[in-house]
Design a binder for this molecule. Structure first.
Ligand SMILES: C[S@@+](CC[C@H](N)C(=O)[O-])C[C@H]1O[C@@H](n2cnc3c(N)ncnc32)[C@H](O)[C@@H]1O
Length: 240
């Protein structure tokens, strides 16, 4: 019987190592998806935008924005410009970003990477990240989450098999991922203080790279076989 040795995988190192393959997928197989997301974001982004888990992907019109603070755990030696400030940080601890300073916070395909050693700690990590978003938003500011969401039954099995999946992915030197259902994300938004939200589906296009983050560029799947939906969830910080 196989025994999986538990080990920590450095997610920053993982994304740094695969940065160029990742960009190829964004501009290749998953191009249609990103174009559809851009259309949605361009209608809603304004003012000062905090982009968490940015990964050097700016799929929105920068010229319409005052300033972008791009945060990523994997950034190394990035040079900020007048328009973009690059910050290397963990999404759970944004102490470098001032309270009440952002009009919009956007996170695209980040939530499933906010993980920890157990399902319980992972859930509280996601809530901690959403609390940080709430803190940095101006009153009436909006958090916009673009994420692949799964059916609650899939989430149930993910939770059940959390430890095994964690150990297996560590064993093959890949970072853990955990997808949420829409309900799962919304309950963590509530826990972080958000009281109102809207959500809508984003069309993915005909083809999708299902493992864009773990093995970028290795697999191309017809959309109808992909077991998740891309959603844009928008949550507002109501005036206190
Ligand atoms: C799947 S990529 C998404 C990149 C880009 N936002 C996009 O839409 O293609 C996830 C990004 O989140 C970053 N990341 C993962 N965990 C993070 C964390 N705890 N804090 C900040 N960034 C994180 C990774 O380094 C990676 O660049």
């Amino acid at each position: 019987m196989l025994k999986f040795k538990k080990q920590e995988v450095d997610i920053g190192e993982h994304f740094h190592k695969h940065a160029s393959e990742y960009q190829e997928v964004v501009h290749g197989t998953n191009k249609e998806l990103y174009q559809n997301i851009s259309r949605e974001l361009n209608q809603s982004l304004s003012g000062t935008v905090l982009d968490i888990g940015n990964g050097n992907v700016f799929n929105y019109d920068l010229s319409r924005l005052e300033h972008v603070i791009a945060v990523d755990i994997a950034f190394k030696n990035m040079t900020s410009t007048e328009k973009i400030t690059y910050v290397t940080a963990d999404a759970r601890d944004l102490r470098g970003v001032k309270t009440g300073s952002c009009d919009r916070v956007v996170m695209q395909f980040l939530v499933h990477h906010i993980v920890n050693t157990s399902k319980r700690l992972t859930d509280s990590s996601v809530e901690q990240c959403f609390s940080e978003c709430y803190r940095v938003l101006k009153p009436s500011g909006k958090l916009m989450i673009v994420e692949m969401v799964v059916h609650p039954v899939v989430e149930f099995f993910e939770n059940l098999l959390y430890r095994m999946t964690y150990r297996f992915l560590s064993w093959v030197n890949k970072p853990m991922i955990k997808f949420y259902s829409l309900r799962g994300i919304i309950s963590r938004l509530k826990g972080a203080g958000f009281t109102g939200w809207t959500d809508g589906e984003i069309e993915m296009g005909k083809w999708i790279d299902p493992f864009e983050a773990l093995f970028p560029g290795k697999i191309k799947l017809p959309r109808f076989l992909y077991p998740a939906e891309c959603r844009l969830i928008s949550a507002q910080k109501l005036n206190p």
